[in-house]
Design a protein around this ligand. Structure first.
Ligand SMILES: *[C@@H]1O[C@H](CO)[C@@H](O)[C@H](O)[C@H]1NC(C)=O
Ligand SMILES: *[C@@H]1O[C@H](CO)[C@@H](O)[C@H](O)[C@H]1NC(C)=O
Length: 766
């Protein structure tokens, strides 16, 4: 007896020592506009949840989510002022009705022993987690405005619900800056099962990774504008994936095992296809009768809908790889599909109808990880570290209150964490910074529920003398590795000279630097001084309010930088005010989005988006070796009133586009922001892109087939000495030309009509 007691004590001691550091650290994040006494961090056990596999924990967890009772739920459009990180220690939590996370909530489980959310047999609700409830016939939040939430490290279990009773694991109609990571869905495997693991009916994502679906009628049933999804495993599902609708979707490292069907893109049927396209790479299908099933056939409509790219797919006992309505489009077996496509191609001229084998991209070795697949790395959660390995920004003297100048305290915390080999924890807050923060090699910075660092004041006030807010690697030639996750950068008040992130650092080959769930947000939130009060939209007014110039550039990757992996990064100049009860539109001007001018190259952009920047969203200049999955952009809604010529003068050293000269002779709204501009660059591999121009002068009339998609003249440009540019699944909206090469339109929207965008499934410079 005594011996056993001693053993148990030892075990429980070991368990408590090994709790995830996020559980053990002092919780001192602040939300400056939430009122006094507001706690950002909540441990569900502090609210009475037991996690014992017996007690119904629904009410306790709901209290942890909703406290205080005015968080953003029914009737609230959105907010950044009341954030929460809701932590679940390991255990089995019994759930009898949906858990509904309010806006701006992260749910985090212990990654070392993932908590299980287990539904009772009589479970009520649409999803164990309902990320956007139907209190009425409409979703509570407009799904394209659901940002800044995530859920990671959970097991979702519906096996207690009768197989033939409808059950959904997670309902998740959301958009940019959201993620589901490291979640397992367990569902019944009975033939009668109707369970669905993940259900998404709308939104503008996004990114997810490391999800496993076991059993169920459908692993994931999803409709959304676009997504990158990586490391999704489906075991014993009847159908792994049903695509309800999309504009574009990129799957990387899907593993579909012993399902009846892999991916079903038949939605809408041949007369009215709902799925724009899918791109599947580095994936395996095993013991599954049909890999992909489509309703595409000769004469189906819209013309380019249900387009497909497959590259590096292994089949093992998959008799039919692609099944059409009247037969096999691509035979299966046990084989590797090096490359196959269906849709419209330009190589470089077109359109030509493609249905068959394609030459796969010749991948640069420097972009590869294991087995010839592209390199990728999931967000580090530092699960082996202890609380003593974490340096807190607030304990280091930073206030995060949106008004104190935190520059010195943050710089000192950054330096001591990097030199001490520790992780800097950016406790939630709004950190005001008045001069450049220098980020040395070896820095690891992790935010608590998306804190924001804002550039403020005179240092950032001169567009003729721009300064970085975060400078990664102090100067050209600095070498080493840096990791950022879960935080936001922005500006406070006019900042025409702010470059939010300048990346100079060269990481060693094989150990790239990384950014995961790191975002830019310029304007549209309390504390930014670019809200409805200051920057309400003024349709038709070409007058530029200098108080609403938000940034010079959102991110600049400079000549000497190399080896940077970016996953789920959204560089957003706000089009609306997140705090406003009707999400009223605002006009904020940021000069440039993401510029990559690294001469060495080696960049991975997975699930990145850059929106509403004035001259361009993405520009690659003099670079090479770039892998991108699902680039996504939007043109500023105010353009062309004013157009892109004012107020940011052309900076030749940055290879800015010069609209005054390049628009000569071009009809329509030519001086509008580029979605993507590629200048003098080589070896670029784009796996899905959506470049959208919805508005002219705040009106969407232009972005329709009837209006002739004439919001702007051009949106993607390849120029100069660029070569070996490869684009799969290019989608555009509202642009007359889909792609230009050296000032000449290559592809026109009306030749490639898809579900809502136009689509070219394969473009190569040749
Ligand atoms: C497919 O199989 C080949 C040969 O075994 C291997 O080299 C390749 O890495 C595999 N691809 C994937 C995506 O698993
Ligand atoms: C822009 O929109 C406003 C409001 O609808 C309208 O009054 C104005 O004429 C428009 N301007 C242009 C140049 O289209």
């Amino acid at each position: 007896m005594r011996f056993q007691t001693f053993l148990l004590a030892t075990i429980s001691l070991a368990v408590s020592i090994n709790a995830y550091w996020l559980e053990d650290i002092t919780h001192q994040g602040v939300a400056p506009f939430a009122g006094s006494g507001y706690s950002v961090f909540r441990n569900v056990k502090d609210f009475g949840a037991k996690g014992d596999g017996v007690t119904d924990d629904t009410a306790a967890i709901t209290a942890a989510l909703n406290t205080p009772d005015n968080r953003c739920l029914q009737g609230c459009a959105s907010t950044t002022t009341k954030p929460a990180v809701v932590y679940f220690p390991s255990g089995t939590y019994i759930i009898s009705s949906s858990l509904v996370p309010p806006y701006f909530t992260q749910l985090v489980g212990d990654p070392n022993d993932r908590p299980v959310l287990k539904a009772t047999s009589g479970f009520q609700g649409f999803g164990l987690i309902d990320g956007n409830p139907y209190y009425t016939e409409n979703l509570n939040w407009v799904s394209t405005n659901v940002f800044y939430r995530q859920m990671r490290n959970f097991v979702i279990d519906t096996t207690g619900i009768a197989p033939a009773t409808a059950a959904t694991g997670i309902h998740w109609p959301t958009s940019q800056a959201t993620s589901l990571i490291n979640i397992e869905f367990n569902m019944p495997t009975d033939a009668s099962t109707v369970h669905v693991g993940l259900f998404i009916e709308s939104g503008s994502g996004g990114f997810m990774s490391d999800l496993t679906f076991n059993g169920g009628a459908t692993g994931a049933s999803m409709g959304n504008q676009q997504y990158t999804m990586r490391n999704l495993v489906f075991n014993n599902c009847q159908t792994a994936i049903i695509q309800l609708w999309n504009w574009g979707w990129t799957y990387i490292n899907l593993q579909i095992n012993n399902c009846q069907k892999g991916i079903d893109i038949t939605a809408g049927g041949s007369d009215s296809l709902d799925v724009g396209s899918i791109t599947v790479i580095d994936s395996t299908f095993k013991d599954t009768p049909v890999g992909i099933t489509t309703a595409f056939e000769s004469g189906s409509s819209p013309a380019t809908a249900a387009s497909i790219i497959l590259e590096n797919i292994n089949l093992s006992n998959v008799p039919v790889a692609v099944q059409g309505p009247s037969g096999t489009l691509l035979a299966g077996g046990s084989a590797t599909i090096a490359g196959w496509g269906s849709g419209h191609q330009y190589t470089p001229d077109g359109p030509n109808t493609l249905q068959g084998t394609i030459t796969p991209n010749t991948r640069p070795t420097s972009l590869l990880g294991d087995n010839g697949n592209y390199y990728a790395r999931s967000k580090p959660q530092y699960e082996n570290l202890a609380a003593s390995d974490i340096v807190s920004a607030r304990s280091s003297g930073a206030k995060g209150d949106a008004s104190t100048d935190d520059t010195a305290a943050l710089q000192s915390a950054i330096n001591s964490a990097a030199s001490g080999g520790k992780v800097l924890f950016l406790d939630h807050g709004i950190y005001k910074v008045t001069s450049t923060l220098s980020i040395p090699a070896n820095s690891k910075i992790v935010g608590e529920g998306y804190p924001i660092i804002v550039a403020s004041g005179a240092t950032f006030g001169d567009m003729n003398n721009p300064k970085p807010l975060l400078q990664v690697g102090a100067k050209s030639g600095d070498a080493g590795q840096v990791e950022f996750s879960d935080f936001v950068v922005g500006t406070q008040g006019p900042a025409p000279g702010a470059t939010l992130i300048e990346w100079n650092l060269a990481a060693p080959a094989g150990t790239p630097s990384g950014m995961w769930d790191v975002h830019a947000r310029v304007g549209g939130f309390q504390g930014s001084q670019f809200t409805v009060a200051e920057c309400l939209k003024q349709p038709g007014s070409g007058t530029i309010n200098s108080n609403c110039i938000g940034a010079y550039m959102l991110m600049h990757i400079t000549a000497s930088a190399t080896n940077l992996y970016m996953e789920n990064t959204w560089l957003w100049t706000a089009d609306h005010d997140i705090e406003d009860s009707t999400n009223t539109q605002i006009t904020v001007y940021s000069g440039r989005g993401l510029l990559i001018e690294s001469t060495v190259g080696n960049f991975w952009l997975l699930g990145t988006a850059v929106e509403h920047n004035h001259l361009y969203n993405y520009q690659l200049a003099g670079t090479k070796n770039v892998f991108a999955s699902m680039l996504q952009t939007e043109t500023p809604y105010y353009q062309p009133t004013p157009n892109a010529i004012e107020p940011f003068p052309v900076v030749t050293a940055l290879q800015d586009p010069d609209f005054t000269s390049s628009c000569d002779g071009v009809t329509g709204n030519c001086a509008n922001s580029w979605g993507l501009r590629i200048v003098d660059s080589t070896d670029v591999f784009i796996y899905g892109a959506g470049h959208y121009s919805f508005f002219n002068n705040y009106s969407t009339t232009c972005s329709t087939v009837d209006a002739g998609e004439n919001c702007q003249s051009r949106i993607v440009s390849i120029e100069g000495s660029s070569s070996n540019i490869n684009v799969y699944a290019l989608n555009t909206i509202g642009s007359l030309s889909m792609l230009d090469h050296d000032g000449t339109s290559v592809a026109k929207w009306q030749d490639n009509v898809n579900v809502f965008p136009s689509n070219v499934i394969l473009y190569r410079t040749g």
